[in-house]
Design a protein around this ligand. Structure first.
Ligand code: KG4
Ligand code: ZN
Length: 361
């Protein structure tokens, strides 16, 4: 079967066609994967402007879907289902994709499968590498989320740890803006870091605040001992504030920061973020007896995160999987994959579903 995936949760209008292979170990093949980025529009404002994003999705969606079909060399008659991101995300943006997917599916009498955006990121790993050795510990690290999941069986996602405040990608974007690196900040900060000294500035390692440590909530739902459950939660606002203070102090002595200092700040910030992400992921994996580790979402494109994850995996004998760059940031191939997973698990069409800005997984 062929599935059309549609993704419009933030500032990328994306459509893709996936084909089932019949091979259980490597169930899906990408026939096309089209992404129209709006970053040039939002760059001017220093971040995503929701109203501009939804309007641009309306302009782009038809062309993007047509291109996905023509790149795949298939017509609408050859599709077996439509999968679409239901949430979480910007509600106006999500609505464009959901309305389009429903209308297309209805007009062709096709099933339509709503997909959770983070399930899409998780399935980008199977899409790229085939089924992972399970149970797997999967870190989803994006502009809106930093969450650690346990995948005990294909298609089951159990939340183990999450950020108590900012997402890692959000911290990247905010620090990049502070350093004048433009939008989106993550890739720019990543590139600049390679020219900086990552030990130049001793930003504090990431710890939860006392209030957070004492918070009763155990994200892992009892899967981890309470002490460990708290340790695998994330927090990035303290680090962000430390960078802000450092920059303000440095600027007090003159206007523009020297180029080398900006690179040093970037590299030092990146070292602390990557360490925090990997410490928690590997600790969670160890406690859960995971047989593999996956890292997905926009921040998984980060060069240091990718390199260090693989290195640590080698050191402790755990295979580590990251998606290729084309599947790290938002795309519709991963949404089609998660949709196919759900469809084959028996999901049926409920035409009443709607876009949900804070959909839970
Ligand atoms: O998954 P994604 O495309 O969209 C969301 O679901 O949020 O992730 C976007 C996030 C942005 O915060 C962006 O700055 C970050 O991923 N990002 C990176 C890199 N490439 C993208 N962060 C650090 N290093 C990168 N190379
Ligand atoms: Zn995403």
């Amino acid at each position: 079967m062929r599935v059309l995936g549609i993704e419009t949760s933030c500032d990328e209008t994306a459509a893709a066609v996936l084909t089932e292979t019949g091979d259980r170990a490597r169930p899906w093949a990408i026939a096309s994967n089209v992404v129209a980025s709006q970053s040039a529009i939002h760059r001017e404002w220093g971040g995503v402007v929701p109203e501009l994003a939804s309007r641009q999705h309306v302009r782009d969606i038809c062309g993007v879907v047509e291109k996905a079909l023509s790149d795949a060399g298939v017509g609408l008659d050859e599709l077996g289902a439509v999968a679409v991101t239901q949430g979480p995300g910007l509600v106006g943006s999500l609505l464009v994709g959901v309305s389009f997917a429903k209308a297309l599916a209805w007009s062709r009498a096709l099933p339509v499968i709503p997909v959770h955006h983070l399930a899409g990121h998780i399935e980008s790993l199977t899409l790229a590498h085939g089924e992972l050795p399970l149970p797997a510990a999967i870190l989803v690290v994006s502009g809106g989320h930093t969450s650690l999941y346990l995948v005990p069986t294909p298609g089951a996602y159990r939340l183990i740890g999450r950020t108590r405040d900012d997402a890692a990608g959000e911290a990247y974007d905010k620090v990049a803006r502070l350093l004048g690196l433009g939008y989106p900040g993550g890739p720019a900060l990543d590139a600049l870091s390679s020219r900086g000294d990552d030990r130049a500035i001793g930003f504090p390692s990431i710890r939860l605040t006392r209030a957070d440590r004492n918070a009763p909530s155990d994200t892992s739902g009892g899967l981890l001992p309470p002490e460990v459950a708290r340790r695998v939660d994330f927090s990035f606002s303290g680090l962000k504030t430390a960078v802000l203070r450092y920059v303000k102090d440095a600027q007090a002595h003159g206007d523009a920061l020297p180029e080398q200092l900006v690179a040093d700040i970037a590299a030092s910030f990146q070292r602390v973020v990557v360490e925090a992400l990997l410490d928690r992921t590997f600790e969670g994996a160890r406690w859960l007896n995971a047989r593999s580790i996956g890292i997905a979402g926009g921040v998984s494109a980060n060069s240091r995160l990718r390199a260090e994850a693989v290195l640590r995996g080698r050191q402790c004998g755990l295979p580590v999987f990251v998606p290729p760059l084309s599947l790290s940031t938002d795309n519709a191939a991963m949404i089609a994959a998660a949709g196919l997973r759900r469809y084959r698990a028996g999901a049926t069409t409920d035409w009443a579903f709607n876009a949900e800005a804070s959909l839970a997984l």
